[in-house]
Design a protein around this ligand. Structure first.
Ligand code: SF4
Ligand code: SF4
Length: 220
């Protein structure tokens, strides 16, 4: 079955689950993100050698990050009710156990299974209860453990393992994902057609834009 991630939906009466509601990411406009994207991808990737602290992201990776920054969850609930498996890291489990005020080994027994395909030394955990996720609140249409939701939920729908894909994947079942791609496409067009726009060839500008994306990722 196609794996569906889970996003940014927060239970409770608060506003929708925009980035600003999802835990402190800085807010950038689509136009700013598009402008930075054009700068970050203006030169071949090997200029990162000039700044070894920058990750080796591809142009596609920068597009995916840009989409994710623009993304706004529409709280349809599809990902939390159909996602299978819902993976979690050991550190996610620790956070969730702390949040639920139960010992980690009890949380592991109660909440998780080892997913098929796990390595012996490196089990991959998933929630035991999915479709819907145990933590999905259908009334509030949000996540009951939003502040400690697993990393796999935080990075849905655009992020994942960098460099592993050669195109940006849009999840058709996720309206926020489709919309983000449309908004980014329009913003890129607007930036490119501005009379002030001039493609950069300055490595310093390119690296500054890449650092900007890296900083944005760091605050996810
Ligand atoms: S933990 Fe469950 S309810 Fe919360 S975001 Fe992830 S899938 Fe959705
Ligand atoms: S499918 Fe997309 S829009 Fe719907 S709740 Fe999940 S992340 Fe939000």
């Amino acid at each position: 079955m196609h794996e569906v991630g889970r996003g940014h939906i927060q239970a409770g009466p608060g506003p929708g689950s925009s980035r600003s509601a999802s835990g402190g990411r800085g807010v950038s406009t689509p136009l700013e993100t598009a402008g930075r994207l054009l700068q970050a991808t203006a030169l071949p990737g090997d200029i990162r050698l000039a700044d070894p602290t920058l990750p080796g992201f591809t142009a596609v990776d920068y597009h995916r990050i840009a989409c994710h920054l623009i993304f706004r969850c529409r709280r349809c609930g599809t990902c939390c009710t159909t996602g299978d498996p819902i993976k979690l890291r050991q550190e996610d489990l620790v956070q969730i156990a702390r949040h639920l005020k139960i010992p980690v080994n009890r949380a592991a027994r109660k909440l998780t299974v080892t997913l098929p395909g796990s390595g012996q030394n490196k089990p991959v955990l998933g929630f035991k209860k999915v479709r819907p996720c145990k933590f999905y609140d259908p009334v509030a249409r949000g996540c009951k453990i939003y502040s400690v939701r697993p990393w796999s939920c935080r990075i849905f729908p655009f992020l994942g393992i960098y460099g592993s894909e050669d195109q940006v994947l849009v999840h058709r079942s996720c309206p926020g994902s489709v919309e983000a791609m449309e908004v980014l496409t329009a913003a890129l067009e607007e930036v490119r057609s501005s009379p002030d726009y001039a493609p950069t060839t300055d490595p310093q500008v390119v690296m500054a834009a890449r650092r900007w994306f890296n900083d944005q990722l760091g605050s996810l």
